[in-house]
Design a binder for this molecule. Structure first.
Ligand SMILES: [Fe+2]
Length: 200
C-alpha cells in the first residue's frame, strides 16, 4: 500500500547571517505607512540593490539558485532575476492579511529581526475542496488533510515560495519592532519549445 502525495506546494527554508552594518542600514532606511494595511514599508522598493546590502543579496541569490535548480530542477537556461525588494516594519498589532504577489514568479522573505510573538507566516492551500469546501473533522492534522500551514520564523531565516501562494502574517503582539525584507523574482530565457515557446 502507498499514498501518492502529488503536485506538492513547496516552501524553501534556510538561514543566512546578516552583518551588523546591514542590520543598521535596514533599520535606518526611510519608512512610509502601508496604504492598504497596518505597518510600514521602506520607501525604497529596490532596497537590496544598495551597495550596503550587496552581501545579503548575493546570499539570497545563492540560496534561490539551490532551490530552483537543485530542488525544483528548473532548466538552467531559464534565469531568475529580482524585480523588487522592500522592508516590512511591523510595530504593535501590525500584520498582513491574506495576499499573494502579482507580476512575479517566485517570492521570498528574509527575517531581519523577529521578536518573540511578533507574528508567524501562514500559507493557504490553493484548492481546498475536501479540506475546506466540504469541511471534515480530523483526528490530527497532517500534510494530507490540512489547508493551512504556518512557519514560526526566527532571525536570519529565509523563505522562498511560489508568488501565487496565498499567505498572511499574524499581528505583531510583542512590544518590539519586527523587520523583514520581501522580494520578488521573475524569469527570462527560453520558455517552452517550438512552435509555442517564447524567448523573453
Ligand atoms: Fe507577501
Amino acid at each position: 500500500m502507498k499514498t501518492h502525495n502529488i503536485f506538492a506546494d513547496t516552501i524553501f527554508e534556510t538561514n543566512v547571517l546578516l552583518m551588523d552594518s546591514e542590520y543598521n542600514f535596514i533599520k535606518n532606511t526611510k519608512y512610509i505607512p502601508y496604504l492598504s494595511k497596518g505597518g510600514n514599508e521602506s520607501d525604497d522598493k529596490q532596497i537590496l540593490n544598495h551597495i550596503e546590502l550587496k552581501s545579503l543579496k548575493i546570499k539570497i541569490i545563492n540560496q534561490l539558485t539551490i532551490y530552483v535548480y537543485n530542488i525544483l530542477k528548473v532548466d538552467p537556461k531559464i534565469k531568475f532575476y529580482m524585480t523588487g525588494s522592500w522592508v516590512n516594519k511591523y510595530t504593535s498589532k501590525d500584520g498582513a492579511g491574506v495576499h499573494c504577489h502579482p507580476y512575479s514568479y517566485m517570492s521570498g522573505v528574509y527575517y531581519v529581526d523577529v521578536p518573540n510573538n511578533s507574528g508567524d507566516i501562514h500559507f493557504y492551500k490553493r484548492s481546498s475542496y475536501l479540506a475546506g469546501g466540504s469541511p471534515l473533522m480530523y483526528s490530527e492534522a497532517n500534510s494530507f488533510n490540512s489547508n493551512k500551514y504556518h512557519i514560526k520564523p526566527k532571525k536570519g531565516d529565509l523563505l522562498f515560495f511560489s508568488s501565487d501562494m496565498l499567505h498572511s502574517v499574524n499581528p505583531n503582539l510583542s512590544d518590539k519592532e519586527r523587520y523583514s525584507i520581501a522580494f520578488n523574482f521573475f524569469i527570462k530565457g527560453d520558455l517552452g519549445q517550438e512552435p509555442y515557446g517564447v524567448s523573453i
